[in-house]
Ligand binder design. Structure first.
Ligand SMILES: [Ca+2]
Ligand SMILES: [Ca+2]
Ligand SMILES: [Ca+2]
Ligand SMILES: [Ca+2]
Length: 402
């Protein structure tokens, strides 16, 4: 009933807009607008940040996360990392300008460090983190209106390594998100969260049958057992999965999973797009197609997989995934070169659910800002431009500083 009531309210709010033609599909926009250039950040010492006071954290109570929910109201939001700091754009279900949106104070993060997000203390509110040039992991815990909650600061971890790609997920299934750093030489380094550090017992290198450097990594609970897994899209358009046992990505059932379509050259994004509790993989292609590969628990070709129509998404825009309308199915949000957010809400079989899909008003999000948990290879290329890798030159942001 609650969902029905909310849907009804949304319908009543949005139908007049739709009738007036105010929710069009985005016209193909011009190339991203270049803005002021800036030089690459120097690899200098990290900012002076306050040392965290060790504090007890409440027992984890949050369910497995469905997205990135910075104020903990059940709808995913977006956050961006900017040269001026952190900003949150909180979802109302039909826009990103809920009360509390805007700049959020925090004591971490310098431009050039690699930002990511997760609910690291398991309180139901998504937190932010950075991997810095010293291989340190700094965390800013969400209070619901800022990222400087008690327990924020430098979190000890064996996982950090500059040059690696940080990803989040609850790999041991205890309700707190952990960190995985995908590295070139040291494989997969995991830091399990204690609620105030990433060095819980079991942290360290994790074995996996999947994942070679230069493949495109992503995380999610692909078999729906409550522990987040890792996967990669490789050059041959194959998807390999490492299922978490809680102490490694080598549980039975991992390996190459059949996909419906996952072309190399596309951008893999993970999310539970059909809301069945198992994380799926969508590959956004340069042809502006969404190839959705639904998880069966042992493959990515469950019924309903295929090309999904979408109200949003042009190649070159920056995508992120979350359950922005809070209906239990993961949606897509794209930040475009005009500093607009466009939403493709999942109906369970497409990204053009009529209520709420289209452009969302937002208090934050400019081109050159870094949307958190956008595909990691993009951030990697963007933020470490001198590092040679196969993606270099493909995902440059015009005018954002290379
Ligand atoms: Ca939290
Ligand atoms: Ca955990
Ligand atoms: Ca799992
Ligand atoms: Ca699913």
């Amino acid at each position: 009933m609650k969902t029905f009531a909310r849907s009804l309210i949304i319908i009543l709010l949005v139908l007049p807009l739709a009738a007036c033609g105010l929710l069009p599909r985005p016209a193909p926009t011009a190339a991203p607008q270049p803005t002021a250039t800036e030089s690459a950040p120097p690899p200098t010492a990290p900012p002076a940040e306050p040392t965290a006071e060790p504090t007890a954290q409440p027992a984890p109570a949050a369910p497995f996360h469905a997205g990135f929910d910075y104020n903990g109201d059940g709808r995913s939001d977006v956050a961006v990392f900017t040269k001026e700091g952190w900003q949150a754009a909180l979802s109302t279900g039909v826009s990103f300008d809920a009360s509390g949106s805007g700049p959020w104070t925090a004591n971490l993060g310098m431009w050039g460090e690699i930002p990511f997000a997760g609910d690291f203390n398991g309180d139901g509110k998504t937190d932010v983190a950075v991997l810095n040039w010293n291989g340190e992991l700094w965390v800013g815990l969400s209070t619901g209106s800022s990222f400087d909650g008690e327990g924020s600061g430098l979190w000890a971890s064996p996982a950090g390594q500059w040059g690696g790609i940080p990803l989040s997920g609850d790999f041991d299934g205890d309700g707190r998100d952990d960190v995985l750093v995908f590295t070139e030489k040291d494989g997969l380094r995991v830091g399990l969260s204690t609620g105030r550090s990433f060095d819980a017992p079991g942290s360290g290198r994790w074995n996996t049958p999947a994942g070679l450097w230069s493949e495109q990594p992503f995380t999610g609970d692909f078999n729906g057992d409550g522990k987040d897994d890792m996967g990669v899209l490789n050059w041959q358009g194959q998807v390999w999965v490492g299922l978490s046992s809680g102490s490694g990505f080598d549980a039975p059932g991992g390996g190459q999973w059949t996909v419906k379509a996952a072309p190399w050259g596309g951008m893999p994004l993970s999310g539970d797009f059909d809301g069945d509790g198992k994380t799926d993989v969508a590959v956004f292609t340069p042809e502006n197609q969404w190839k959705v590969n639904l998880s069966s628990g042992s493959s990515f070709d469950a019924p309903g997989s295929g090309d999904w129509l979408s109200a949003a998404g042009l190649w070159g825009e920056l995508p992120t995934v979350g359950d922005f309308d809070g209906d239990g199915r993961a949606d897509i949000a794209m930040l475009n070169g005009n500093s607009e957010w466009w939403l493709g809400l999942s109906s369970g079989s497409s990204f053009d659910y009529p209520i709420g899909s289209g452009r969302w008003q937002s208090a934050t999000g400019k081109w050159c800002d870094v949307p958190l948990n956008a595909p990691d290879f993009w951030r990697f290329d963007h933020l470490t431009p001198n590092m040679q890798n196969i993606w270099e030159g493909r995902f440059r942001l015009a005018g954002c500083g290379q």
